[in-house]
Write a protein that binds this ligand. Structure first.
Ligand code: NAD
Ligand code: IPM
Ligand code: MN
Length: 354
């Protein structure tokens, strides 16, 4: 019997609505598979917690989380708490403190009807974005000088360490080698004359150790064009933290929307827990209405099970999502359906065991 202890951080807005469906899926798997058991511990951290206690998580929150096998997070951020506080003190803090330096974000078209791109089929949109997740533009370094004065200057410094840059690029090369895929680096060395010139150099240097991997290097503006106009160019993409954030929302747009995009925040050395979450936010515009799409959160469960080495379940979840997407009428309104979040979770479980 394998026991996996999962820390739940449902968070804000639709976060808790979609996490509930993912947990339902895990519980159904536990019931069906006598070799797996899950325990769930919920942490009430988020914006409501902040408004009550003046903090996004407990002071020793990182310590409380450190022995779990995984963290399953819904979304963080809500009107009423400044976004830079809520996100930096909870989501970004966990990614950083647990050195979850790899963010795996698949851009996979699961059904041809879901893309707004004319004449693109499933084989054209099927790639993985490997986003640097621990430093870069998100390092939080900077300064705010002469506040309110005419000479006011604000600095936001991207931090690209050799260690941080090499490890993400090496991870991407390893994946490309293992999966026999091409590797595309996305950067911006023509304008960002320190960080991205360094990134490009490291990409080339490490590439010498991987002569078997075919590589491409695009500027981020051109890459954004190709994501939409020629997504078939990509198999594995490696990019910096901010570029990866933006590009994966484009990835969501070309594969069916925010309700379908998932991301795994991985600490490959397994020194600390990894974290699984949908790419979307708390969606205050639809929160509390029971109509959030839970599929991205369910896909996160698939990534979690893959990470646990339970790939058979990971695959079963993904193929069930494909099946579910064949009839969009039963899905949530963002997919053109009339179903509720809970309905979609129920139908999913029925299909998983059908
Ligand atoms: P958002 O992803 O919350 O919403 C963008 C749009 O997509 C909205 O129209 C929303 O209704 C729709 N949408 C998102 N997820 C959906 C789902 N599962 N089903 C149906 N529709 C869905 O992005 P935003 O509005 O820019 O941000 C809202 C808050 O969430 C902000 O505080 C932001 O900082 C935060 N945020 C958090 C995370 C995270 O915790 N990982 C990610 C992104 C944004
Ligand atoms: C994401 C989100 C976060 C990010 C925000 C909420 C800080 O947009 O996970 O894509 O930028 O990483
Ligand atoms: Mn984002």
């Amino acid at each position: 019997m394998k026991q996996f202890n999962i820390a739940l951080i449902p968070g804000d807005g639709i976060g808790s609505e979609v996490v509930a469906e993912g947990v339902k899926v895990l519980k159904a798997i536990e019931k069906a598979d006598s070799n797996i058991a899950f325990s769930f511990t919920e942490f009430p951290w988020g914006c409501e917690y902040y408004l009550k206690y003046g903090k996004m998580m407990d002071e020793d929150g990182i310590d409380q989380l450190k022995n779990y096998d995984a963290i399953y997070l819904g979304a963080v951020g809500y009107p009423g708490v400044p976004d830079h506080i809520s996100l930096r003190d909870l989501l970004i803090k966990i990614r950083k403190e647990f050195d979850q330096y790899v963010n795996l974000r698949p851009v996979t078209l699961l059904n041809p009807t879901l893309t707004p791109l004319k004449s693109k089929a499933e084989r054209d949109i099927d790639f993985l974005v490997i986003r640097e997740n621990s430093e870069g533009e998100y390092a939080g370094a900077g300064d705010w000088l002469y506040k309110g004065k005419p000479e006011e200057v604000v600095l936001q410094t991207g931090v690209f360490s050799r260690k941080g840059t090499e490890r993400i690029i090496r991870y991407a090369y390893e994946e490309a080698r293992k999966l026999k895929k091409t590797l595309t680096s996305v950067s911006k060395g023509n304008a960002l004359n320190y960080s991205m010139v360094f990134w490009d150099e490291v990409f080339e240097e490490i590439g010498k150790e991987y002569p078997d991997v075919k590589t491409y290097s695009y500027l981020v503006d051109a890459a954004s064009l190709y994501f939409v106009a020629e997504p078939e160019r990509f198999e594995i993409v490696v990019t910096s933290n901010l570029f990866g954030d933006i590009l994966t929302d484009i990835g969501a747009a070309i594969t069916g929307g925010m309700g379908l995009a998932t991301g795994a925040n991985i600490n490959p050395e397994k020194e600390f827990p990894s974290m699984f979450e949908p790419v979307h936010g708390s969606a205050p515009d639809i929160a509390g209405e029971g109509k959030a799409n839970p599929i991205a959160a369910i896909w996160s469960v698939s990534q979690m099970l893959d990470f646990f080495g339970e790939e058979a379940w990971g695959k079963a979840i993904l193929s069930t999502i494909r099946e579910l997407l064949m009839d969009t009428k039963a899905l949530t309104p963002d997919m053109g359906g009339k179903g509720s979040t809970k309905d979609v979770g129920d139908i999913f479980i029925e299909l998983l065991f059908a």
